[in-house]
Design a protein around this ligand. Structure first.
Ligand code: NDP
Length: 489
């Protein structure tokens, strides 16, 4: 079949003029303190660390590092706010604050999306159209539930858990903060949140919004710092619940630490999702879905469709279409509105991705990469795919968390179900087919928290999200996301 397929010609006609998002409207400080009890305070540790722009390695601001005394202060402030007023406030009054935060995120969405992009490296198109709108949507959605908890959980007498310690990663910084803070507040809990070290800025901007929204002091505390700060939260006796999103390794260590305590937990960990294309699928749409599944946010996505399974009869055609589409991707300045592929979030993450690319080559898989110019400064990885991959290859088994796709084939439905489920993870999957019956067959047999059919990477606050097996436990989003912050009788 391959000899009859004509490759597309790429002779420079795809080049677009730069279309840079402006940055002159940003209001950023040179230095950020910790947000405790409604105020920005200097860290008692007296330590600061830089946050840098991964697309040019320039320092954007210095951020406070919270150590033990700082963590204690933040937890105390959350405790006092919980016991003193927040848990007793009429639910509809709490809702007003949450609505206000949602509206303010919308009002400041342009500034927030630019900051997300310069701090994290993601294309402005994604932070503008996905991260920030979804963050606002989560606050709106949970504000709506705040005065309806009795109806959401009839006869279960819903009660807040207490103080929630929330630890979030660097791939969707503001969105993850919203996923955590909004349901916690709607259910009457107070919060201590720690963003990832490399992307603290939008969480700190959220702290400014929370201050401006007049949320009572101590209800939300945002403390910055490395993993050791998170570890102090995990082990703090006055925290009632840990909500964590990040790597499976750290998730496991947290579970060991809280074993035997009364702390509740939700863990949103890694993934290695199967994206399955049947011969009867709408192939051009499936190509878009595969590209979006793995290259969205440079592949820094826990539910990324990083394992592609193509039915053997369409393999040659599909690979040709996929490579052609890959060659039209634009890698470059994340602030350019034409950019599809931004910078890798950190030097460490780039090293880890490159390590896997080397392993893939050594294991005998065949590599194909976007042929593009790589900027001289910053951290970059050209979108990559590997063919000739087998189930035992590390690139097919381990989470790479970068723009690297491992491709395998299948003949029958049972074969692909077995292959797709042959992973320690169980977060998400995708199915591309013309047949509804095939979709329903697979959705009931794939061990994944989310299965998308003829689409991929679609998120909505009303829909629960979370995994099985080593992808974690508990759900965020929807009614399930409320339940995670409640004690039900
Ligand atoms: P981590 O799990 O190390 O970090 C996630 C969050 O936990 C960060 O805020 C981090 O702080 C904090 N943290 C780190 N160590 C501890 C600890 N011992 N106790 C409490 N909190 C801790 O993920 P990384 O960001 O380092 O990424 C590494 C890998 O994790 C990726 O390659 C990817 O596989 C996976 N990952 C998965 C995500 C998902 O959404 N499922 C998201 C991000 C990463 P700090 O950043 O300051 O170190």
């Amino acid at each position: 079949m391959s000899s009859t397929i004509q490759p597309l010609e790429f002779n420079g006609n795809w080049e677009l003029s730069p279309s840079l998002e402006s940055t002159d409207h940003l209001s950023l400080k040179n230095q950020y303190g910790l947000f405790i009890n409604g105020k920005f305070v200097k860290p008692l540790s007296k330590k600061l660390f830089p946050t840098i722009n991964p697309s040019n390695e320039a320092t954007i601001a210095m951020i406070a590092e919270a150590e033990e005394k700082d963590v204690n202060l933040a937890v105390k402030s959350a405790r006092v706010a919980y016991d003193g007023h927040w848990s007793k406030m009429p639910n509809k009054e709490r809702a007003k604050y949450i609505y206000r935060i949602a509206r303010m995120i919308q009002e400041k969405s342009k500034e927030l999306s630019v900051i997300e992009t310069i701090d994290g490296g993601k294309p402005i198109r994604e932070s503008r159209d996905i991260d920030i709108p979804l963050a606002a949507a989560h606050f709106y959605y949970y504000a709506g539930w705040a005065d309806k908890l009795k109806y959401a959980f009839p006869i279960a007498n819903p009660k807040p858990v207490g103080v929630a310690g929330q630890i979030i990663p660097w791939n969707f910084p503001l969105m993850m903060a919203a996923w955590k803070i909004a349901p916690a507040l709607a259910t009457g809990n107070t919060v201590v949140l720690k963003p990832a070290e490399s992307t603290s800025l939008t969480a700190l901007k959220l702290a400014e919004i929370i201050q401006e929204a007049d949320l009572p002091p101590g209800v939300v505390n945002i403390i910055t710092g490395p993993g050791t700060t998170g570890n102090l939260m995990v082990n703090h006796p006055k925290i009632d619940k840990i909500a964590f999103t990040g790597s499976t390794a750290v998730g496991k260590s947290i579970m060991k630490n809280i074993a035997g305590s009364n702390k509740k937990s939700t863990m949103e960990l890694g993934g290695k999702a199967a994206n399955i294309v049947f011969e009867d699928a709408p192939l051009d749409q499936a190509v878009e879905g595969v590209i979006n599944g793995i290259y969205f946010n440079q592949g820094h996505v826990c539910c990324a469709g990083s394992r592609l399974f193509i039915q053997e009869s369409i393999y040659d055609l599909f690979i040709r279409k996929l490579k052609d589409r890959m060659q039209s991707l634009i890698l470059g300045n994340p602030l350019d509105k034409n950019t599809d592929i931004g910078a890798i979030n950190s030097h460490n993450q780039l090293s880890s991705i490159n390590k896997y690319i080397d392993i893939g080559k050594k294991e005998g898989a065949e590599i194909f990469q976007l042929n593009c110019e790589i900027p001289s400064k910053g951290y970059w990885c050209a979108p990559t795919l590997f063919t000739n991959v087998s189930q035992s290859h590390a690139i097919a088994r381990e989470e790479i968390f970068g723009p690297v796709l491992a491709i395998q084939t299948f003949r029958t439905t049972n074969e692909v179900i077995n292959k797709a489920n042959n992973t320690p993870y169980g977060l998400s999957a995708g199915v591309w087919t013309d047949k509804g019956s095939k979709v329903f067959n697979l959705t009931s047999k794939l061990n994944a928290g989310v299965v998308w059919a003829n689409t991929y990477n679609k998120f909505d606050p009303t829909s629960p999200f979370g995994g099985y097996k080593e992808s974690g436990h508990g759900r965020e989003g929807g009614l399930h996301g409320l339940e995670a912050y409640l004690n039900l009788s």
